[in-house]
Design a protein around this ligand. Structure first.
Ligand code: OAD
Length: 238
């Protein structure tokens, strides 16, 4: 399928769902997780992004999230985030965005119909009373405490070994089965359940278009796999 044909299929689509990963924010300067300069090359996920790591050494985990908050606070949405927000405005009732990113850049770009399935780095959750609050303090104290109950706060992030929220899973499932077009942008497609989303949509009859710098384990099953930067290809497609 040519780019032109893909553009006309997108324009004619009844319902569009989009899945994004770290690659869309790479063009804003936010590091990805895998690949030559990915975070998991320099850091071990099991030391920083698991409930066990937080129990063992909450200071270390918070130090890492504080560093990432400081870095992300300096970044802006890029043309790919903005094009998706624009697409949502043009068809608010037939659009859903699923992101694995926790950086908040889709919201900053104006997206509202979205599921942040791995959480949001700008939210904290109390380990005692479970209250979730927005928090943009940079840097946070090394061991931030809940103002309501005094217990330790944790990042509102879904760590390895934790389950996605039921409500998000339900929303995603609906959005994947109802859409007739799925765009998969900047994800390595190795972390489940998101890694299975393209095949759910495909099996339900959707056309699936992937945008990535390189091929992924999903490239063979999608209808069109476009190689290039999200910030160039997404606005071009939309
Ligand atoms: P990854 O870092 O695994 O993959 C990023 C993908 O983006 C790769 O396939 C790159 O080829 C692609 N990419 C890089 N730059 C790009 C660009 N400018 N334009 C288009 N594509 C580009 O990130 P995710 O797939 O999002 O979870 O990772 C999934 C989850 O694993 C993350 O949400 C995170 C991580 O561990 C948690 O932290 C819970």
């Amino acid at each position: 399928m040519s780019l032109l044909k893909a553009r006309s299929r997108i324009a004619a689509a009844r319902a569009i769902t989009v899945l994004t990963g770290a690659g869309i924010s790479a063009d804003s300067g936010v590091p990805t997780f895998r690949g030559t300069e990915g975070l998991w090359r320099s850091y071990r996920a099991e030391d920083l992004a698991t409930p066990e790591a937080f129990e063992r050494d909450p200071r270390l985990v918070w130090e890492w999230y504080n560093w990432r908050r400081e870095l992300i606070a300096t970044k802006q949405p890029n043309p790919a985030h903005l094009a998706l927000a624009e697409l949502e405005r043009s068809r608010p009732d037939t659009f859903w965005l699923i992101t694995q990113n926790v950086d908040g850049l889709h919201r900053a770009a104006g997206s509202r119909r979205l599921s942040e399935i791995h959480g949001n780095i700008w939210k904290v959750r109390c380990t005692g009373c479970a209250v979730i609050t927005d928090n943009h303090e940079v840097p946070l104290p090394l061991l931030p405490m809940c103002l309501q109950c005094g217990e330790l706060l944790r990042p509102h992030i879904v760590w390895f070994g934790e389950s996605l929220r039921e409500e998000d899973l339900r929303h995603c499932d609906e959005a994947l089965r109802d859409c007739d077009l799925l765009l998969v942008i900047g994800t390595s497609g190795v972390v489940y359940p998101a890694a299975g989303f393209a095949s759910i949509a495909k099996e339900a009859g959707a056309l699936v278009i992937e945008i990535n710098l390189e091929t992924t384990p999903q490239s063979d099953l999608v209808d069109l796999s476009l190689q290039g930067r999200a910030k160039d290809l997404v606005p071009l497609l939309l």
